[in-house]
Design a protein around this ligand. Structure first.
Ligand code: UDP
Length: 491
């Protein structure tokens, strides 16, 4: 048993978006003496092992379990079937946890820390008689909206009509947490469905009922972005709700590349050498995360927009970026831009964003990408694709003021953005007064993120409090899941 006496089972949704922050959280807890079992699906573990560099082995063990889908299933390429498989994972997870703890060497489990979209863990935690901690891998504001989906439904904000975003009377003010007013287009894109019986629509609604039943809540954000009064709205039953992010940052600052260890694809480190040869803050980094797809028509407009902007670029073009089709770029594009452009299949993103040659990020605004960019002081040109990315993009622009966006992307994810608009966006991000202001704000947010995770900072202190609370809880033999009423002293 580690020095804290705690054994946390950590359960991500098997996607890059949640594996990265959870593996970083696992390492932070492990460094503080918590024994960790990190649960992977067989397939995600295989991908991680294949992609990993050996020099960043974490100090905890993995438990690999089958997800119940056939071996040749496309997994995240078929999100609807994947989410249902995860919803039904409970019995398999329970079985494997029980058999792995029967070896006499593994200490008893004292809590389950789960990503917010893994409701299957609710029942497992109940059976094991341990608290279920939800770790929100979204910003607190998106998390509050998601966990109050049924409230939004009763107020008629769900299903979302994005065209209402232009109508002042449709602004959303019914959510707790003293949030800035939300626009309909800020809500999870799964709720944009006109067919409310759709799998993702119904799944997200079902998940929200379990999200409000957590025994303890952590969220990957920090005070400067979202204050404690906002974060505490994530507690629906009086349990503590604490900001502990950005969780990748302390590991990064200590020289541990956990994003590299958790990567499902091999990161092409050769781009770092290429960056070394570029001027300071001159390169625009282009990446749309692990899932977003773009049509070949859109990729062509983007390529020409980048070319016309004249700025150096590093572009992550995933193998599956065109959704199963081979990606095609305009004829002669690579030859014409070879002196100032580099294309890779998957990059070591945090290392790229922290490289002094990078000056801007064209991003889909996945929450990890936003946090990583802010923590490195890099302004964002937002181009959301799905889920919470619409809110992240708008908040980067209007609330946190570290970003701008492309015209029309907030309400129409299928809109083909023209080359002229992309060129204009890149110039706004990289040149002139607006770019200077964004960089200044980037530096402020970077300072705030570093402060939050540093010794005595808000996220650092909150993580210690979490460990303290879990220790108290595990010591208290009489208390099972009746938290927090049973131990008011730590709430
Ligand atoms: N990432 C990476 N290499 C890339 C692109 C992304 O390592 O070329 C990582 C990135 O650092 C982030 C994660 O993949 O931690 C993507 O998460 P995010 O929430 O930004 O978006 P998603 O992939 O879920 O759409």
């Amino acid at each position: 048993m580690g020095i804290s006496g705690l054994h946390a089972v950590i359960v991500p949704f098997p996607a890059q978006r949640t594996i990265n922050p959870l593996i970083n959280l696992a390492q932070l807890l492990s460094s503080r003496g918590v024994v960790i079992t990190f649960v992977n699906m067989d397939w995600s573990h295989k991908c991680m092992s294949k992609a990993a560099h050996n020099d960043d082995e974490p100090t905890f063990k993995f438990l690999n379990i089958p997800d119940g889908l056939p071996p040749d299933h496309g997994r995240l390429a078929n999100l609807a079937e994947s989410v249902i498989a995860m919803e039904n994972l409970g019995p398999v997870l329970e079985h494997h946890l029980l058999s792995s703890s029967s070896d006499g060497k593994t200490p008893p489990v004292t809590c389950i820390i789960t990503e917010n979209f893994m409701s299957c863990t609710h029942q497992v935690a109940k059976k094991l008689g341990v608290p279920r901690v939800i770790f929100w891998t979204l910003c607190a504001t998106s998390s509050i909206a998601q966990c109050n989906a049924n409230l939004l439904l009763s107020h008629g904000h769900i299903p979302v009509k994005v065209e209402d975003s232009k109508r002042a009377e449709k602004v959303i003010t019914c959510l707790p947490g003293n949030l800035p007013p939300l626009l309909p287009s800020d809500l999870f894109s799964f709720y944009r469905a006109t067919d409310t019986s759709g799998v993702l629509f119904q799944w997200a609604l079902r998940e929200s009922q379990f999200q409000s039943k957590a025994d303890y809540v952590l969220v990957n954000t920090f005070d400067e972005l979202e204050p404690p009064e906002t974060v505490s709205a994530l507690s629906c039953n009086g349990c503590p709700a604490l900001a502990v992010g950005p969780v990748f940052l302390p590991n990064f600052l200590e020289g541990r590349d956990l994003n590299g260890r958790g990567s499902l694809l091999e990161q092409d480190e050769s781009c770092l050498k290429w960056l070394d040869a570029q001027d300071p803050a001159s390169v625009i980094y282009v990446s749309f995360g692990s899932i977003a797809v773009k049509s070949n028509e859109q990729l062509e407009e983007l390529a020409i927009g980048l070319e016309k902007s004249q700025h150096p670029f590093l572009w992550v073009l995933r193998m599956d970026i065109a959704g199963g089709m081979p990606a095609t770029l305009p004829e002669g594009f690579e030859e014409r831009t070879k002196d100032r452009g580099l294309i890779v299949k998957w990059a070591p993103q945090v290392k790229v964003l922290s490289h002094p040659s990078v000056g801007g990020f064209i991003s889909h605004c996945g929450w990890n990408s936003c946090l990583e960019s802010m923590s490195m002081g890099i302004p964002i040109l937002g181009w959301p694709y799905s889920a919470d990315q619409f809110l992240d993009c708008r908040f980067c622009k209007d609330v946190w003021k570290i970003g701008i966006d492309l015209e029309g992307v907030d309400v129409d994810e299928n809109l083909v953005i023209k080359r002229e608009e992309i060129e204009r966006g890149v110039r706004r991000l990289m040149e002139g007064k607006e770019a200077q202001e964004l960089r200044k704000r980037g530096m402020e947010l970077k300072g705030a993120a570093f402060k939050a995770v540093g010794q005595g900072g808000s996220s650092f202190t909150n993580l210690n409090r979490f460990i303290h609370d879990m220790t108290q809880l595990s010591k208290s033999a009489s208390v099972k899941r009746a938290y927090p009423q049973s131990i008011p002293s730590i709430c």
